[in-house]
Design a protein around this ligand. Structure first.
Ligand SMILES: CC(C)(COP(=O)(O)OP(=O)(O)OC[C@H]1O[C@@H](n2cnc3c(N)ncnc32)[C@H](O)[C@@H]1OP(=O)(O)O)[C@@H](O)C(=O)NCCC(=O)NCCS
Length: 147
């Protein structure tokens, strides 16, 4: 396995395909709904299985201000879930935020991912919005420290 910053159009194709597969397709959302206007100015990471060439996990980081970063679109391919790849993506995105001297990271967690983020040190701030009329989200935050 290796973690990369997607660069070529083929890599971005794999990146968005995994986002779609995990975060949109199960709710019958149209192709294209996995992308947004913030993607161009965001930082992306993807874990690739070097043997098969498959995309294993993806995640995105953007900056809300000089001090605050936000993680979005975390997705691990079904068959690779619960093997530590989500952790690797979150840590890589946190490292980038730390290097930019951000003080905190926020995210909107799907209810099913609350335990995953709390294991990564994120705390619930408040119940937020309902996606597709059924997926409850929770605003979570983590203060960044260098230790
Ligand atoms: C949520 C998700 C990103 C987590 O990635 P992952 O690779 O499966 O998780 P990891 O294997 O890195 O798990 C890290 C820790 O969180 C725990 N964890 C992960 N998902 C969990 C879950 N659904 N329930 C309970 N604990 C969970 C793991 O047990 C592990 O704990 P440990 O360190 O004590 O062993 C991934 O499962 C996923 O893509 N889910 C579907 C899409 C989704 O909900 N994305 C998040 C949108 S906000």
């Amino acid at each position: 396995m290796k973690i990369i910053e997607p660069n070529s159009s083929a890599e971005f194709e794999q990146y968005y395909a995994l986002r779609y597969e995990v975060l949109r397709k199960p709710w019958l959302q149209p192709k294209g709904s996995e992308k947004d206007d913030g993607d161009k100015s965001s930082i992306h990471r993807m874990i690739i299985n070097e043997e098969s060439g498959e995309a294993v996990a993806v995640g995105r980081l953007h900056f809300n201000s000089d001090e605050e970063a936000q993680i979005r679109y975390m997705a691990v391919s079904d068959k690779y879930q619960l093997k530590g790849y989500g952790n690797i993506i979150v840590k890589a995105l946190e490292d980038i935020a730390l290097k930019k001297k951000c003080k905190n990271i926020i995210l909107q967690a799907r209810e099913n991912a609350l335990k995953f983020y709390s294991k990564n040190g994120y705390e619930i701030i408040e119940k937020s919005y309902l996606l597709f009329d059924e997926i409850q989200h929770w605003l979570m935050e983590k203060e960044l420290t260098t230790d």
